[in-house]
Write a protein that binds this ligand. Sequence first.
Ligand SMILES: [Zn+2]
Length: 434
Amino acid sequence: MATALTSPAAGAEAALRLPDRLAAASAGAGLRPGCHLVRLTLDREGTATPPVEYDGTLRVERDAVGTVASGDLYLRRPSGLGGSLSHEPDPAAGIPVFARNDYRYYVRVTDIAPGEGVGDVSLDVELERYGGAAGKWSREGGFTADLTRAQAPPGYPSAGDFLRGDVLDASRRRAGGVTIGWIADRLRRAVIEVECVDGCEAPLANAAGMDWRSIFAAIGWDVAVTHTLVELADPGEDGWSDAELHAALSRGDQVDLDAEWRFRLLCVRRLRPDERGRMFDAAGTDSNKVPREGAAIAAHWMIPDEEQWGLVRHLRFGTATDPYFRTAVHEIGHAMGLEHNTAENGFMRPTDAISRGVIPPQRFPENVVWAYQDEDARRLRHLPDPWVRPGGVPFRLAYLGAPSLPRDAMVAPPSCSSGSRRSTSPCRSAPRYG
Ligand SMILES: [Zn+2]
């Protein structure tokens, strides 16, 4: 019968979709690792009021132990009301960036289980509502999303990695609807702008070639780097004060932090007081009340002529490639909200502590660990957006003030479950942030 014939176009489409379906099936009950675009509609009491809509991201991290997932939701403002309008994110445009004022919910995924059909997923989540400038959170309660695998609408990069379904409250009553579609391999994205005053080296990589991109790729961030030479008058032999650094940061065209996560690293000759580097955009120095936009590093700081500094003793900092780049990554770590972490010799341990702690025959900086310590990596992946994005909450609004991070939501495969679940205890951090 003629009606049974499939059009060539539809046939090609079906053939193209097959690998996606196989991938979905092989993933079992899981969600594909990476960033998913979430669209949530919450019903409201009564029929006269329209539902409230949110857009956001769900970050799915899979490691040897299991799956950890968290997300953030931003209010989608109704169009046509004037003022700043929310745009629906384009799933083809990669990881979306939302306006900070629209931030509403942190999503902690507590369980991921197989649904009824192949590739279907049942997701248990807890929603934490954000209280804005006061930084207060309130638990909205636990919800379950019963998700059915569906064909993604146009624009999504993977037709088979799309789910839709109802959101149910704790009493199994419908609270709304949701769609979740995979959009990128990475979890978060940002730009790091390296701005160098004349005579200052750009910290772009370590001696072994490990650069910003590879460091952040290891923790699931998609980081682009720009490097520019800037003409800024040196404030004097004593170096740059925090206020002078902030004024330099605020010059010229301002970055729209509601359109991109851009962290800026100023590379100057000296800092005042005399330090290696500093995340200066905090507290009283943050005169424009846009926290953590940038950090600075001192290319002309002299490494002390002392034994503890090993292979780089008495070098000008900008010429000591490894510790210079490491400090740059450390300061940007502060700009991303991280505090000091002395658990290992990773990026957030202060440089002098690493050099003091070297055990011969190693010599500093051979004992540097070129990674964010596990808990810091976990924070960068799963802390709520306002904690890590530039222009979010002020620096040193402690991790304890944020909702607790998700634990493994699904331990897989079961035979590997050794009880070694990840700890969510925050590290105790030193009060300094140089
Ligand atoms: Zn520091």
